[in-house]
Design a protein around this ligand. Sequence first.
Ligand SMILES: [Zn+2]
Ligand SMILES: [Zn+2]
Length: 350
Amino acid sequence: MLLESAAPGLYCPAGDFFIDPWQPVGRAVITHAHSDHLCRGSRSYLASRESGLILRARLGNEAQIQTLEYGERLDLGGASVSFHPAGHILGSAQVKIEHQGEEWGVSGDYKLDPDPTCRSFEPIRCHTFVTEATFGLPIYRWPAQSEIFATIHRWWQTNNELGKASLLFAYSLGKAQRLLVGLDPSIGPIFTHGAIENFNQLYSASGVLLPTTMPVRAAPNNTNWSKALIVAPPSAQGTPWMRRFGTLSTAFASGWMQIRGTRRRRSIDRGFVLSDHADWPGLLSAVQATGAERVWVTHGYTSVMARWLQEKGLEARPLETHYVGETDESSETVAMSYSETSLPAEEQQP
Ligand SMILES: [Zn+2]
Ligand SMILES: [Zn+2]
């Protein structure tokens, strides 16, 4: 096997490297900079050029980081490695590995919907594909993005009229920037939480054009919050930080909002179904586009999706990982946890 499942993560013996290891290793090949795919302390890191600045910020000045352009190949031992756009967040990549005519693809996290803050997903051809399955259940089907943004704008406008601030929770790396680019700044001023501001700066430095926003901490004391939309990480919910905004309406932008009850249990007024992962049809079409005969399923609803692919005649199996769900990148706390053997975790949370 070109790749095998080892204790620190997916391992390539031919090239002597791990992909997204969750423990420090010799050489780590990184699909993207989310904390469930990146751990500190490895001797060296290899990633896409576009993820370089975020990786540097997360790993520190001492880390040895090498980057490649999308499509560029690097020989590691006997294997050749290249990165291909995954459309998930800035710099996110699928990893393609070739060795003696055998081709493998590892998806990392991906989505097929267009996102102006990162390169669009490009299908890769391979014999074996390792796919994520965060939303790998047939119930997950995303509405059109234009529809979601129109709903967000209506919510914001209504709050304006009612004299309420609009507080929108979103994961601080990736989702927040995608939201900012899609928001209509003519409705009112847009403010950001510090954790999001940090990633905004890295996005801007990487060449992504973001709208003008103001950090909440830089806002004057007499700021009229009732016209404002404030983007904050989910970890800010229920903290004293929120008090300054006065009367407010809260919302959360996440794929998990598709499940009825999630929003209510998290005590959030509105939920917007906006995900940086592929939905069920997206996952299936991505798998099909690879032409792969063998599929390993990781991250999420692995058994359900593997079984479905088996029924379609593919050699599919779930892959064990340390997956804990989409994490809130600002605090590294788990925003949504998941157990493969039962209902989605947020259905069980009090
Ligand atoms: Zn991710
Ligand atoms: Zn992930």
